[in-house]
Design a binder for this molecule. Structure first.
Ligand code: DGL
Length: 270
């Protein structure tokens, strides 16, 4: 790399947040694509689940997180949470002078891969009833039947880390087979907690149904935004992990879900 290009490198961290451990599924995808970046991951676990909060409550939570990121001089923020994105991203982009990359269900991908014309979005209750999701469907899949499934407690169960629990099995076995019966051939995981359940979901729906998530799209979008703003990094430092909940529990479950060791997380009051 030539000297001129190097002079434009920006090794400041990127802030990434979710209500809990779900955002780690997005972080894993981002780290694959951008290994030279450094991240500050915030899990707002004192306030999980976001999927049962009002827009005003979500704006309040996300504002606190972004104010914290400002104190850390982050160069970009990733909302690794569909619920936070669909209810707060416009307001946050108006309020904060930092590039903000959101996470939304991949409706465009559903439209590309579905052959039956019937697909599903599996999300939190708040995302399922958001006008933002309806707008995405109108824009990218106007001729499809998109079934919105958003009523379960899956994210709260994933927070506990026992992905094989009977409670998770019960929900998946009650929600998924009816979708297959309705001819659904593609399912978008519209909550960042759900990619951790991908294997089980795939097993239940069978190989003829595609199960897609947003992590790769978010990573590519982040890379494009960093490139466009000329703020890519060329040397990573140690990532930081923080939670507004129990730091020890977060540490244990995050390492299990990510299948790797991470630096000891700190507690933060947000
Ligand atoms: N992981 C989040 C999402 O993508 C929200 C989970 C929750 O707190 O309800 O929507």
């Amino acid at each position: 790399m030539d000297a001129q290009k190097l002079s434009h490198m920006d090794n400041r961290p990127i802030g990434i947040f979710d209500s809990g451990v779900g955002g780690l599924s997005v972080l894993l995808e981002i780290k694959k694509l951008l290994p030279e970046e450094t991240f500050i991951f915030v899990a707002d676990q004192a306030y999980v689940p976001y999927g049962k909060k009002t827009k005003a409550q979500l704006i309040d939570r996300v504002s606190s997180i972004l104010e914290f990121f400002q104190t850390k001089n982050v160069k970009a923020v990733v909302a690794a949470c569909n619920t936070a994105t669909v209810y707060t991203i416009e307001e946050m982009r108006n309020r904060f002078d930092v590039p903000i990359i959101g996470t939304v269900p991949v409706i465009k991908t559903l439209a590309t891969i579905s052959k039956t014309g019937t697909a599903a979005v599996f999300s939190t209750p708040a995302t399922a009833k958001s006008p933002y999701l309806d707008e995405l469907i109108t824009k990218f899949a106007p001729d499809m039947e998109i079934i919105k499934v958003g009523g379960s407690n899956l994210e709260e169960l994933v927070e506990e880390g026992d992905l094989e629990s009977p409670a998770i099995h019960a929900i998946l076995y009650s929600e998924l087979p009816p979708l297959v019966e309705k001819n659904v051939d593609a399912i978008a995981l519209g909550c960042t907690h759900y990619p951790f359940l991908r294997d089980q979901i795939q097993k239940i729906v069978g190989p003829s149904v595609a199960v897609v998530d947003s992590g790769g799209a978010v990573a590519r979008r982040l890379k494009a935004v960093l490139t466009h703003n000329n703020i890519l990094a060329n040397k990573s430092s140690q990532d930081e992990y923080l939670t507004s909940g129990n730091a020890e529990k977060f540490h244990r479950i995050a390492e299990q879900l990510m299948s790797r060791t991470i630096p000891i997380p700190s507690h933060i009051n947000l």
